[in-house]
Design a protein around this ligand. Structure first.
Ligand code: E4P
Length: 216
């Protein structure tokens, strides 16, 4: 499973990139707005840091506007993937951008029927939002499982990008369900490596070493 970071924060991206675990990044208008920096300056820096795909989202709501914005975004760097909303206009824009060779990610997907249309239209990625479904008392992970079955039944190549993940268990469940990608907030990314027994064990090793007065 590929790991993307769901952030527009360059410090967070640098930290994950230094571990060599970063396959890509997803941004959205909320995450970009949070950084309070000129858009182009921020995005150029993100593209330099991330040795993988950089998902940038359009803000137009009509197909023509989305195509115009998508073309601009795709010009920024060869690793840019254009995020479009999962709407009828988004599907129309995906068709045009896809024909031009631009990779697309259909975002804000909340149902299997939306995911079916997204795959039939030839998107590179579909982004089901699990946490937001959990928030309204639906089992978000069921959506990933259903989409996986549909895509496997018909050999669709669209990759399932599990989004809106809120905790490490979401990541494990998404991996078991066969998501191709998980996009994580930095806080969740950090939690994945943490284990109290690792910290306790390391402390003890170092204390014993110190006490014995050994040097390398
Ligand atoms: C994905 O591309 C989205 O940016 C993200 O996962 C949304 O997550 P949220 O529901 O925590 O805002």
């Amino acid at each position: 499973m590929k790991i993307f970071l769901d952030t527009a924060n360059v410090q967070e991206l640098r930290e994950a990139a230094a571990m060599g675990l970063l396959d890509g990044v997803t941004t959205n208008p909320t995450l970009i707005a949070r950084e309070k920096r000129p858009f182009r300056d921020l995005v150029d820096e993100i593209c330099r840091i991330v040795d993988g795909v950089v998902n940038l989202e359009v803000v137009a709501t009509d197909a023509e506007g989305m195509v115009r914005e998508g073309r601009e975004l795709a010009k920024i760097a060869p690793n840019v993937v254009v995020k479009l909303p999962t709407t009828a206009e988004g599907i129309k824009a995906l068709r045009v951008l896809g024909r031009e060779g631009t990779r697309t990610n259909l975002t804000l997907c909340f149902s299997p029927t939306q995911a079916l249309f997204v795959a039939k239209a030839g998107a590179t990625y579909v982004s089901p939002f699990l946490g937001r479904l959990d928030d309204i008392a639906h089992v978000g992970m069921d959506l990933i499982r259903t989409i996986r079955t549909i895509y496997d039944n018909y050999r669709f190549e669209t990759q399932i990008l599990a989004a809106s993940l809120r905790n490490p268990l979401h990541v494990v469940d998404a991996a078991v369900a066969g998501a191709d990608v998980a996009t994580l907030p930095f806080s969740v990314f950090q939690m994945l490596l943490k284990h109290p027994l690792t910290d306790v064990g390391l402390k003890k090793f170092l204390e014993d070493w110190e006490k014995a007065g050994i040097s390398l």
